[in-house]
Design a protein around this ligand. Structure first.
Ligand code: PLP
Length: 392
């Protein structure tokens, strides 16, 4: 696996432990304070009018938001980072920062559903033309470029269907056409995919998932390359985006243990994925870390790890209703949207016409699993109970 982290000054684990911390600024305390603030006072008019003070007004940042943005900028090897109220808000500000009326955007057919909804509603209303492409298109994306194509939206592996994408090839072509590459990097996080180092200009994380990691806050992050940073900074500021300090702090706290948690999610996830591959009820497991997966070669070339989220398809002949009986029988796995917390979760996959550039998958129904930090023997036993319920 590639270990290229060209923009990072020190190792991944060291960065996660130390980035964004300045104990000398806060009386030696290890962590920065949670600054609840709006107004910032100035000593006199001269200071107020000259801008000669670090902070002016809390919407534009405070020591808590600065700590997380600086830590993420170091982690991502980015020119700058901005925080958003949710992962979807991070996607929307990233796209708004590089698209204008009359522009054209290419979006992977495997994009997160609400990203597609944002494109179909807000982007189209603002006069942006939207086309979807096969996530496996690679260099073939060049044929879809128009003179006004200004951005390519990528996500790897794809939401619900887990297709990998050749990000370096797409980035090469996008940059030759003066377009920016936006990536939803929530699955791997910057720990396991160096998005900016592979040519991405706007690297988005739903911080709600692994960064926060404990299912107790919503957060989004956008890291920008040199090329994309002025636009992101301007648009984020113009929109008046701000995240409350308590939620920012939960992101900062989650960051310190991100890699340790991810490694256990990866280990548990791969173990369960391999076990599922052997089950007679399962036609296919969608996990790029498996040798059998069509995206495995790209995953191995570009990524340094996997998270705990994947899907599997039941064999033909298992009905939707039976798949719901499987899910209802699970006790350890919660039935709930989102993922990335410490606990296991499951949902039925329902694409409902959310693929237009590629054929809808056929065959048995599909289930998405988030493998948490529990003991894998207990996770397997829970899934066994689900399989038993198929016969019920
Ligand atoms: C959950 C998710 C988002 C959105 O994050 P929210 O914080 O729920 O808005 C974006 N992209 C992917 C891939 C996600 O799974």
């Amino acid at each position: 696996m590639s270990a290229s982290q060209s923009n990072r000054a020190r190792g991944l684990a060291t960065t996660l432990s130390h980035a964004g911390r300045k104990p000398e600024d806060f009386h030696g305390f290890v962590n920065p304070p949670v600054v609840h603030a709006s107004t910032v006072l100035f000593p006199d008019c001269a200071t107020m009018l000259s801008g000669g003070q670090t902070y002016h007004y809390a919407r534009r940042g405070n020591p808590t938001t600065d700590a997380l943005e600086e830590a993420l900028a170091e982690l991502e090897g980015a020119a700058g980072v901005r925080l958003a109220a949710s992962g979807l808000n991070a996607v929307s500000v990233a796209l708004l920062s590089c698209l204008s009326s009359g522009d054209h955007v290419l979006i992977t057919d495997s994009a997160y559903g609400p990203t597609r909804h944002f494109a179909e509603t807000t982007l189209k209303r603002l006069g942006v033309a939207v086309d979807y492409y096969d996530p496996a298109i690679g260099e073939g994306i060049e044929a879809l470029f128009r003179p006004n194509t200004r951005a390519v939206m990528t996500e790897a592996p794809g939401s619900l269907t887990f297709e990998m994408q050749d990000i370096p090839a797409i980035a090469r072509i996008a940059h030759a056409h003066d377009a920016l590459v936006v990536m939803d990097n929530t699955w791997a996080t910057p720990c396991f995919f160096d998005a900016i180092g592979h040519g991405v200009d706007l690297s988005v994380q739903a911080g709600t998932k692994y960064l926060v990691g404990h299912s107790d806050a919503m957060l989004g992050t956008v890291a920008a390359s040199e090329r994309a940073w002025p636009g992101l900074k301007e648009t984020h500021g113009a929109l008046g985006m701000h995240v409350g300090p308590d939620d920012v702090y939960l992101g900062l706290r989650g960051l310190r243990t991100l890699e340790v948690r991810l490694r256990r999610h990866m280990q548990n996830g791969l173990e369960i994925a391999r076990w599922l591959e052997e089950r007679p009820e399962v036609a296919r497991v969608r996990h790029p870390g498996l040798e059998s997966d069509p995206g495995h070669a790209i995953w191995k070339r570009d990524f340094t790890g996997a998270s705990g989220l994947f899907a599997f398809d039941f064999v033909d002949g298992i009905s939707e209703t039976q798949s719901y009986a499987f899910l209802d029988a699970l006790e350890l796995f919660g039935l709930g949207y989102s993922w990335g917390g410490f606990e296991s979760l499951a949902i039925p996959v329902r694409l409902k016409g959310a693929r237009t550039a590629t054929p809808m998958p056929t065959g048995g129904p599909s289930v998405r699993l988030h493998i948490g930090l529990e003991d894998t023997a207990d996770i397997r036993a829970d899934l066994e109970a689900g399989f038993a319920a198929l016969k019920g």
